[in-house]
Design a protein. Structure first.
Length: 173
């Protein structure tokens, strides 16, 4: 396969970043949390609307309650902190924008050695209750963050479809 040239730092971050669900006890300092948030707010969005707010959760009891907001969100209670993506909008473009912000937040965290995982919110009423959201705001996604626990290193290798299975050139084959 042809070698691909990429900016080394970003390529390294992208290729090593994984969904991290086991976290060490080490706290994340506020400066690093702010660095992560600052990256998220710089993500691109449709018409530059930036339809997001980032709600930081650090209280252990609230992290525990966030577990009940999704069907696969157990990791949130083990996290050093979580960021709930909050929006007044719902629609395809808004969902895409939140995805962009999530990617920026997660890569910026990984650049600091901090792992993260997305938790899809399946129970909208529950998340509104836990986060005290007003009726016009929604939270479709909660990201959990923390330094990876030692067992994270033993997770199975990253599995992605091969390049040629995903990429076509010029026209559909
Ligand atoms: C839109 C979206 C929703 C996801 N929801 C969950 C979730 O609810 N719980 C969870 O544990 N992981 C969730 N993930 C994480 C994926 O399972 C993970 O990114 C994928 O399996 C790849 O993991 P890897 O990078 O470690 O190989 C979600 C990812 C995305 C992009």
């Amino acid at each position: 396969m042809r070698e691909m040239k990429e900016p080394a730092r970003v390529a390294e971050l992208i290729s090593t970043q994984r969904a991290t669900r086991q976290y060490s006890q080490q706290a994340v300092c506020e400066e690093d949390i702010r660095t992560i948030l600052n990256a998220g707010r710089q993500a691109p969005s449709a018409n530059n609307r930036q339809p997001w707010h980032f709600l930081v959760v650090r209280e252990r009891s609230r992290l525990q309650r966030l577990v009940q907001c999704g069907r696969s969100a157990d990791q949130v209670e083990r996290a050093a902190f979580a960021i709930a993506l909050v929006t007044a909008h719902t629609g395809t473009e808004d969902d895409f924008d939140l995805g962009q912000a999530a990617a920026y937040l997660q890569l910026a965290a990984w650049d600091l050695g901090i792992g993260s995982c997305i938790a899809w919110v399946h129970y909208a009423e529950k998340v509104s209750e836990v986060l005290h959201l007003p009726a016009e705001l929604h939270c479709p996604v909660v990201l959990s963050f923390g330094y990876p626990a030692s067992q994270h290193k033993s997770q199975p290798p990253k599995k992605r479809k091969p390049f040629d299975e995903v990429v076509y050139w010029e026209h559909w084959p």
